[in-house]
Design a protein around this ligand. Structure first.
Ligand SMILES: [Zn+2]
Length: 288
């Protein structure tokens, strides 16, 4: 609960804060009108939240997600440049980016990832301080130079990105945002062209901040499971995902708190999940 409050505080006070910047020059009546429209929209969204579920084409799960796949993709594409900006922009090393693309393509071309129909893209960020990787809804995925530089081989890179693909396939971002009526309504009203004073760029900013927020435990472990599965399907060695946990743990010993640590649960428990997943999928004959 505390974590949630803090995160919301960060949202309201963050660079995407729609109130502090927009509140000043706005006439009262216009504000009221916007408020009424907003409340109506929020009520509508709340109704939709409890009545609308979608079938995930990959997992077969019924999920509380109101966005269509198409909306997720649009939103992800809109938010990606801002996401990159928050981490010093894209990394200038084209060879490193090419390697990331190559590994990403192999993961995205696995039978399971292809079923999800997202146009996956992989971005190497210039940030050499924050050890992190994350994904936006709709298939935009990112890794910072700080984490990239700590990895020793392609298998480890595949492990990190496979985990992020897991978040996309499971629609974790959309699921999380579906729980926030405000953001949901905001996004939807922009989508239908009634966004008031909010620009798509501001929405994108908010979505971006959500993407770097803490995931739930369950979601993290689920994504590790996906990481293993996609690694096996793509012909990578899934044991290397366990080594990634060592690398993350080591990184957290430094003076800087790595962001991956704050957004991802304790690597100790994740190792167990990964080992179990390897056993499970090998028994199923995945990747053979
Ligand atoms: Zn994660």
């Amino acid at each position: 609960m505390l974590g949630r409050r803090q995160a919301q505080g960060r949202y309201y006070g963050g660079t995407g804060d729609p109130y502090s910047r927009r509140g000043r020059g706005m006439g009262t009546s216009r504000f009221k009108l916007f408020l009424i429209l907003g409340l109506g929209m929020a009520a509508f969204q709340a109704f939709k939240y409890y009545t609308n579920t979608q079938l995930n084409p990959v997992t077969g799960e019924q999920q509380r997600v109101q966005w269509s796949t198409e909306e997720e993709i649009q939103l992800g594409l809109q938010s990606a440049p801002q996401m990159a900006q928050q981490h010093g922009g894209l990394h200038p090393d084209q060879r490193a980016q090419d390697l990331l693309d190559e590994v990403g393509r192999r993961l995205a071309n696995t039978p399971t990832a292809r079923k999800s129909k997202y146009p996956y893209e992989f971005h190497l960020l210039a940030d050499d301080k924050a050890v992190n990787a994350f994904a936006l809804p709709g298939g935009q995925t990112f890794i910072t130079a700080a984490l990239f530089a700590r990895l020793n081989n392609e298998d480890q890179l595949a492990g990190v990105m496979g985990h992020e693909l897991g978040h996309v396939i499971e629609r974790h971002g959309a699921e999380r945002m579906a729980k926030s009526g405000f953001i949901q309504g905001l996004v939807q009203s922009v989508m239908i062209g009634a966004g008031g004073d909010y620009s798509m760029a501001q929405i994108a900013n908010v979505v971006g901040q959500y993407a770097s927020m803490k995931h739930g435990r369950e979601q993290e472990l689920e994504s590790d499971d996906w990481g293993v599965r996609l690694m096996l399907e793509a012909g990578y060695n899934p044991e290397e995902l366990i080594t990634v946990m060592d690398i993350l743990e080591e990184a957290s010993g430094g003076s800087r708190v790595p962001e991956f640590q704050s957004t991802h649960p304790n690597p100790g428990n994740r190792r167990e999940t990964i080992k179990k997943a390897i056993e499970k999928y090998e028994q199923m004959g995945i990747g053979k």
